[in-house]
Design a binder for this molecule. Structure first.
Ligand SMILES: Cc1cc2nc3c(=O)[nH]c(=O)nc-3n(C[C@H](O)[C@H](O)[C@H](O)COP(=O)(O)O)c2cc1C
Length: 305
C-alpha cells in the first residue's frame, strides 16, 4: 500500500483526493470516492447554499472517516452563512481557495478540520503557509476549472517541495496511475484530481457534458476569463478557468472588455464545460471504481522502479 503524510493523516487506502468540482462533485459522488479508499470532496460552488452543503454531506458524515468540503473564498465573503454551515459540520478536510481565505483558517481549526488551499506560485504558497494551512495544493494551470495560470504543475510542485516545509499535494493534469506515480516520486503527499472523474457515472453532470469530455483530445481546452465575464461572475482578478474550447470562447476569448460592456452569456451548447488538459486521457464513460483502479496502478509503477 502507498503510504504518505496524506494517507496517514486521513487513514486513506490511496493518496488521492477527488477535487471539489462545482456542479459535478456532490455527496453521492464523494461518498463513492470515500468508499473506495480515497478522500471525496463535496464542492460548494458559486450558487451553493448552506442547505445544499448540509444535504450533500449528510451521508458522508454518517458513514465515512475522511471526507471534505471545497469552498470558494470569494463566494464565502459574499455569503458568510456558508462558513458557518461548514463550521457546524466540521468536515475532516476543508479547502478554501480563490480569494481572501486567511480569516477562515483559525475558525476551521477550532472545530478540528484540516485546512488547505490551492496555490499557483511560490509567493502564493508562502502566503498560505503564513496563514496557517496544514498542507498546500500545488495547482498547475493545466488543471480544469478555476485557478491562476502562472505555473504548470511540475515546475510548481518542485519549487514548493524545495522551498516550503509543509506537505504538498499536486494538482492539475494528473489523470492516470502514471501521473500519480510521478508526483509521489517527486515528493508530493498525494494528488488532487478533478478532470479524470468527469466522465464517471456517479458525477452529477449532464450526460452531454460527459460525452464532450470523452470526445475531447489534445489542445481542446482553453484557459480564459471569457465565460466568467459573459456569465457576470465576480471572480477575483487573476483567476480564469480552463474549459473545453467552444464557439463562445472562440468568439470572446481576448475580447473580454468588450464582452463586459455588452452582456451575452454563454448558454445551451455554448455554456462552459470546465475541464483540464487531462481530458485527453478520459476516453470512455466509466465509474469512480474504474478511475480509482487506474490510479492504484501507481503502486505497481513505483515498485517497478
Ligand atoms: C468541472 C470543474 C469544477 C471545479 N469547481 C471547483 C470548485 O468549485 N472549487 C474548487 O476549489 N475547485 C474547483 N475546480 C478545480 C479543482 O479543484 C482542481 O483544481 C482541478 O480539477 C485539478 O486539475 P485537473 O482537473 O486537471 O485534475 C473545478 C474543476 C473542474 C474540472
Amino acid at each position: 500500500m502507498l503510504r504518505t503524510w496524506l494517507t496517514d493523516r486521513f487513514d486513506l487506502g490511496l493518496p488521492l483526493i477527488s477535487a471539489p468540482m462545482g456542479g459535478a462533485s456532490d455527496g453521492r459522488f464523494a461518498a463513492e470516492v470515500c468508499r473506495l479508499g480515497a478522500l471525496g470532496m463535496v464542492a460548494a460552488g458559486t450558487r451553493t447554499t448552506p442547505e445544499y452543503i448540509r444535504q450533500e454531506t449528510e451521508m458522508l458524515a454518517a458513514h465515512h472517516g475522511a471526507w471534505g468540503v471545497g469552498l470558494l473564498a470569494w463566494v464565502v465573503e459574499q455569503k458568510p452563512e456558508l462558513i458557518e454551515a461548514v463550521e457546524t459540520l466540521a468536515p475532516p478536510l476543508v479547502s478554501v481557495s480563490y480569494g481572501n481565505y486567511a480569516s477562515y483558517i483559525p475558525r476551521l481549526h477550532d472545530v478540528g478540520s484540516t485546512v488547505t488551499t490551492q496555490v499557483n506560485s511560490l509567493a502564493e504558497a508562502l502566503t498560505a503557509a503564513a496563514a496557517g494551512v496544514d498542507f498546500l495544493i500545488a495547482r498547475g494551470g493545466e488543471g480544469g476549472g478555476h485557478g491562476r495560470n502562472e505555473m504548470a504543475t511540475l515546475p510548481l510542485l518542485q519549487e514548493l517541495l524545495e522551498n516550503i516545509d509543509l506537505p504538498v499535494v499536486a494538482a492539475g493534469g494528473i489523470a492516470t496511475g502514471r501521473g500519480l506515480a510521478a508526483v509521489l516520486a517527486a515528493g508530493a503527499a498525494g494528488a488532487w484530481v478533478g478532470s479524470a472523474f468527469l466522465a464517471c457515472e456517479e458525477t452529477a453532470w449532464p450526460d452531454g457534458s460527459k460525452k464532450r469530455v470523452v470526445a475531447a483530445g489534445d489542445g481542446d481546452t482553453i484557459y480564459t476569463t471569457s465565460f466568467d465575464v459573459g456569465l457576470g461572475l465576480d471572480w477575483p482578478p487573476g483567476f480564469g478557468g480552463r474549459a473545453l474550447a467552444n464557439d463562445y470562447s472562440d468568439r470572446w476569448h481576448g475580447r473580454e472588455q468588450e464582452l463586459a460592456g455588452s452582456p451575452s452569456p454563454p448558454v445551451g451548447e455554448e455554456a462552459p464545460i470546465w475541464a483540464g488538459q487531462g481530458v485527453s486521457l478520459v476516453t470512455r464513460l466509466q465509474t469512480v471504481a474504474d478511475v480509482i483502479a487506474e490510479f492504484q496502478e501507481a503502486e505497481n509503477l513505483l515498485r517497478r522502479w
